[in-house]
Design a protein around this ligand. Structure first.
Ligand code: FAD
Ligand code: EPU
Length: 341
């Protein structure tokens, strides 16, 4: 089939974003091979347009029809590499579903990614915001990735230092924002130990009498906690946490604690304090409230939801109202986690 026949026009994106926002893309290409991707980038007409790289669409807020080309990353494949005496090495292509990849590693008898079970989206997007949950982050097990530079067509291999991972952040949100991730490799210790840093997870395992859990038991427990707390995007449109947990100085935190003794806060290695944005929003009375078709999830105030037919603008208006209330009451600026398109 000629390359131009692969491009679809006026393409609906509603089922390609977990917020279920009903916008359209002027042009759309499902990228199933590196050759297809290179062909799209080499096409002078396509290369001149605005470009949106899309994985599972679980961390984007689409605010209007996209006037350019959506590159939907659907590269497939996963394998166990040679590894080292201490670590298994595994690789997956960017379009693989993250949760399926994690479950596949567990089925191969390889533990280490179980705390990150059930996070929606693709393998290729995991490094973008250094996905994290239940005491683990991508960076803890990351080995390297391959990224394509659209400007030069060159493939770059990048290690963890080059990716500059931080809380919900990486180089791909800054200077590396144009790079397209092709595949990702993880190094997982052969001598596995459960990661029970997150108290809620440790308690849930203890309640089941699992003093020495297997990786799969940890995964199953994480999955159960997440199903209890977070809405399933197949039922209710959402993008997970809508704001990052804000980090404030120790002094700011102490001032807040004097006024709000129940404030949820976690000391960071550098002495700063991470606050629970969900608690701040909850305390401002937003939990369960709606503005138009956008709402605050009744079981988790950090999650904004599409109650049906919401536009990106409605979600943005709700987010702005929440930000204003939290800033007025706590002097804390909430930063959105999803990428606004
Ligand atoms: P998309 O939404 O498609 O894209 C996100 C960004 O990455 C965009 O800027 C896009 O351009 C870019 N991008 C995507 N793929 C590539 C690529 N191959 N190369 C270059 N750029 C790319 N996140 C957490 O960290 N922890 C959680 O616990 C968590 N829970 C969630 C729960 C729910 C119910 C939902 C809906 C989301 C949750 N998220 C969580 C957010 C989301 O799952 C992650 O951010 C995920 O990594 C996004 O993957 P995606 O493929 O859907 O990315
Ligand atoms: N809280 C409230 N009310 C609420 C929500 C939360 O008081 O409505 C309190 C909780 O009681 C708890 C604290 O806030 O004391 C933290 O809540 P939770 O454990 O649910 O985690 P979170 O900080 O809200 C973060 C991540 C999630 C991740 C979980 C588990 C961010 C922005 N969010 O949520 O990631 O799954 O921890 O590790 O860091 C995502 O990024 O999309 C996401 C879902």
């Amino acid at each position: 089939m000629p390359f131009s026949d692969l491009i679809q026009h006026d393409f609906p994106l509603k089922h390609l974003n977990t917020f279920s926002i009903g916008v359209r893309a002027k042009h759309y290409l499902r990228v199933t091979s590196l050759a297809t991707l290179r062909a799209a980038l080499a096409d002078p007409q396509l290369a001149a347009m605005p470009r949106l790289v899309l994985g599972g669409g679980s961390n984007v807020l689409l605010t209007r029809d996209f006037p350019g080309l959506v590159l939907h990353i659907a590269l497939e494949g996963r394998e166990i590499l040679a590894g080292t005496p201490t670590h298994h090495h595994v690789r997956a292509a960017a379009g693989e579903n993250w949760h399926d990849f994690v479950q596949w590693t567990l089925a191969q008898g390889i533990g280490g990614l179980e705390n990150l079970s059930l996070i929606p989206g693709t393998v290729g997007a995991a490094p973008i915001q250094n996905i994290g949950a239940y005491g683990a982050e991508t960076k803890d097990s990351f080995l390297s990735l391959t990224a394509l530079d659209p400007a030069s067509g060159a493939l770059h291999e990048m290690d963890g230092a080059a990716c500059r991972f931080a809380y919900r952040d990486s180089v791909f949100k800054h200077e590396g924002r144009d790079l397209i991730i092709i595949d990702v490799r993880y190094a997982l210790p052969r001598a596995w130990q459960p990661n029970l840093r997150y108290a809620e997870l440790a308690n849930a395992l203890a309640e089941q009498g699992l003093a020495a859990p297997t990786p799969q038991q940890v995964a199953d427990t994480v999955i159960a906690i997440r199903r209890r707390k977070l809405p399933d995007p197949a039922q209710i449109g959402n993008a997970g946490s809508f704001f990052k947990n804000p980090v404030v100085s120790a002094e700011h935190c102490a001032r807040l604690l004097a006024q709000f003794p129940a404030l949820v806060h976690h000391r960071q290695p550098d002495g700063s304090e991470k606050l629970a944005a969900g608690w701040l929003i909850d305390q401002c009375g937003w939990k369960g409230r709606s503005m138009g078709a956008a709402g605050v999830y009744p079981k988790q105030a950090l999650v904004l939801v599409n109650n049906g037919g919401a536009t990106g603008a409605e979600v943005q208006a709700l987010a702005a109202a929440i930000q204003a209330d939290v800033a007025a009451r706590y002097g804390v600026a909430l930063e959105p986690e999803p990428v606004f398109v």
